[in-house]
Design a protein around this ligand. Sequence first.
Ligand SMILES: [Zn+2]
Length: 78
Amino acid sequence: MSAHTVIRFADWTITPETAPEAPGIIHELECTTCGAISGANEDFEEVRDWAFRHVGRNPSHTGYREIIHRFWRAVLME
Ligand SMILES: [Zn+2]
């Protein structure tokens, strides 16, 4: 590190993304029996319907894990 190096400490905050083009919360469901996955969708009803179809074809696959993608934005506080 040279004598001219300047280190600045800054305060950051992180908040849910509010940009109008940003996607909303995205849902996925994963079958905990076989690992099949619904695919990502902003509409939870779509992934829920996938789970109904999946358990309909595989009646012993009754456990699901939800994966939620939520976008955040870091902002430098000045
Ligand atoms: Zn399954």
